[in-house]
Design a protein around this ligand. Structure first.
Ligand code: CP
Length: 315
């Protein structure tokens, strides 16, 4: 499928997408990545379009990357956070969104702590809705940039063994990666303490292991997740030190991994907890490549959902 056949108004999650649609986004991102290496880092593809970034949760990578992506595609872009907005005076999300729509916006990018918030907006608003992370449900552009980075380095998905390690229960990143990677033919295994692995995860197509040391040598890619203490309502492991001892990736444990293993992390990293600094910054790490690729992926997503008919270099 080429990008001219993309028909969706919104990007809400990877669960809904076909393998062809995933490849269409990855291929579009690949052609857009080069724009960020030009001396003038801009193409006119979205000139005249308006993008609003509604971030109701903290973010560094996703927020900056969506803003830069919109700018590089020549869209007008407005940032809105809950702090300083009328949501602090009690305005509902629906009312906020309808008021933004009334100002002639084309694309709303939303991050929200409630799973399903982007889906609710997609039902009631005409502008395209892009999910930038909804609760613990999905983070589709993070999944896509992870998958793009894996394709760039490994050149294949069929038979590729990917481990996602850590706090699977609270992770929207894990869910988007599992949906996307399994559709493309990769074999996904989740690894972590049983208290951080939800029982339904095998139904999504992932294998489950509770000991990293037993299986670490099998994987082509290891995606280390952040321990999300802010989402944990009860104590799910004895201590951070214990978690790090059993599931943290340090130079000693990395010796048991494949020689060409890729180490990934969506950020922000708890250094010394899930990843030792020398692994995070070491030769296997592609963590900053993920961030670079996130910009190209978000340019591609904005371009595709906008329904722009011209090529990338023409309006
Ligand atoms: N990976 C990720 O979503 O990072 P931010 O929370 O900084 O956007």
């Amino acid at each position: 499928m080429d990008r001219t056949k993309w028909t969706r108004k919104d990007l809400l999650g990877l669960e809904d997408l076909s393998a062809d649609e995933l490849v269409a986004i990855l291929d579009t991102a690949e052609s857009l990545k080069e724009v960020s290496t030009r001396s003038i880092k801009k193409v006119p593809a979205l000139r005249g379009k308006v993008v609003v970034n509604l971030f109701f949760e903290p973010s560094t990578r996703t927020r900056v990357s969506f803003e830069l992506a919109a700018q590089r595609m020549s869209a007008d872009v407005v940032q809105m956070a809950s702090t300083g907005s009328s949501t602090q005076k009690g305005e509902t999300l629906q009312d906020t969104a309808r008021n933004i729509e009334a100002m002639g916006v084309d694309i709303v990018v939303i991050r929200h702590s409630e799973a399903g918030a982007p889906h609710m907006l997609a039902k009631i608003l005409e502008p395209s809705i892009v999910n930038a992370g909804d609760g613990r449900h999905e983070h589709p552009t993070q999944g896509l940039l992870d998958i793009f980075t894996i394709r760039e380095h490994k050149k294949r998905f069929a038979g590729l063994k990917v481990a996602i390690v850590g706090d699977i229960s609270h992770s929207r990143v894990a869910r988007s990666n599992i949906w996307g990677l399994t559709k493309l033919g990769a074999e996904v295994t989740v690894v972590g303490p049983s208290t951080l692995i939800p029982s339904h995860i095998e139904k999504m197509g992932a294998k489950v292991f509770y000991s990293l040391d037993d299986v670490i040598g099998e994987f082509d890619v290891i995606n280390m997740l952040r321990i999300q203490l802010e989402r944990q309502k009860t104590k799910l492991f004895p201590s951070i030190r214990e978690y790090s001892r059993l599931f943290g990736l340090n130079a000693e444990r990395l010796k048991k991994a494949k020689k060409d293993v890729l180490i990934m992390h969506p950020g922000p990293i708890n250094r010394g907890v899930e990843l030792a600094a020398d692994v995070a910054d070491g030769p296997h790490s592609v963590i900053l490549n993920q961030v670079t690729n996130g910009l190209a992926v978000r340019m591609a997503v904005l371009y595709l959902v906008s329904g722009a008919k011209g090529g990338i270099d023409q309006k």
